[in-house]
Design a protein. Structure first.
Length: 317
């Protein structure tokens, strides 16, 4: 088990992504995936109020609704649920009134009394940060949210949030959710991890498998014949450099009898401040690799090999 930052949230070190629920996984498939995840030891689910508003016929909140119905029917013990605010079509932005209304709507869809981890999904610079920080603090004070977190925020804005929270006496964020994986390292390692280390924040990275590229399934930039709606996002990484990473993952994984996906997740878990990568599954068959990625321990030499093959050049001061 892993503690998220300075919080009391002790979780299995992998979050099941709820972005596919109500999109590429219907209600029954989603229930089956959730069952398999929890039966395999998982206990951390990540979603957002906007999932999956981009799907024709959806309006946002579909993922939360499915998760809420699953929670009500299964009543699992000890499951941690994280969700987010700012992108739902009816609740855009981070004004105080919107944050409150969106949180209440999420609570209703999830069917819970309290959100375990509540993220500001994207920064909203049209609203004074003091207002947003206070709004999140009030949710904690009123018992609607246990812990506050931020997603897709710059290092500068995270520091500003921490400063405001410290000065005003409201709870500080305990987690950051950035885009981070073996083919997308620069921004996080240069700026976000130092902030996380400074304030004791836990990283919960999204796109942990680079839209599926780090499963090894996509080895060409050509996507013709690929049925997955995420194929184009994954295939763009199938460059010579990207494929060298896949080859290294395959070789290291074979030494552990582990898949490319599990090995990639294990590398991410080994990075400073990372608490739990987020990875989603459309089918039950995809779940075991995710669970294995949360348990696989790579050696220091294996991590070093993956660091080298995915090396990037830091920005010059």
């Amino acid at each position: 088990m892993t503690r998220i930052g300075t919080s009391d949230l002790d979780i299995f070190p992998l979050a099941l992504g709820g972005n596919v629920f109500g999109w590429t996984a219907d209600r029954d498939s989603s229930f089956a995936v959730l069952d398999a995840f929890v039966d395999g030891g998982g206990d951390f689910i990540d979603t957002a109020d906007s999932y999956s508003a981009w799907v024709p016929g959806n309006s946002g909140g579909e993922s939360e609704t499915i998760i809420g119905e699953w929670l009500a029917s299964r009543r699992p013990a000890g499951v941690t649920v994280a969700t987010k605010v700012s992108q739902h079509p009816e609740f855009r932005g981070l004004s105080a009134s919107n944050v409150r209304a969106a949180a209440e709507a999420s609570l209703a869809r999830l069917g819970v009394d309290e959100i375990d981890l509540y993220y500001a999904h994207f920064d909203d610079e049209s609203v004074p940060l003091e207002e947003t920080v206070d709004a999140f603090g009030r949710l904690v004070a009123d018992g609607l949210v246990r812990h506050v977190a931020v997603s897709n925020y710059s290092a500068e804005r995270i520091r500003e949030w921490m400063d405001i929270a410290g000065r005003t006496g409201v709870p500080r964020p305990v987690a950051i959710q950035p885009h981070y994986n073996l083919v997308h390292r620069n921004d996080v390692e240069e700026s976000i991890i130092p902030v996380a280390e400074e304030f004791g924040l836990g990283l919960v990275p999204y796109y942990s498998l680079a839209s599926g590229f780090l499963t090894g399934k996509y080895r060409s930039v050509e996507t013709e014949g690929q049925s997955s709606p995420r194929a184009a996002g994954a295939a763009k990484y199938a460059t010579d450099a990207g494929l060298r990473i896949i080859d290294a993952l395959e070789e290291i994984g074979s030494a552990h009898d582990a898949s490319i996906a599990a090995t990639s997740l294990a590398w991410l878990r080994a990075q400073p401040t990372v608490a739990a990568p987020i990875a989603s599954a459309r089918t039950v068959e995809q779940v075991p690799d995710l669970l294995a990625g949360a348990r696989l321990q790579l050696t220091a030499d294996e991590i070093a090999v993956l660091n080298r093959v995915s090396e990037w050049t830091p920005a010059q001061a």
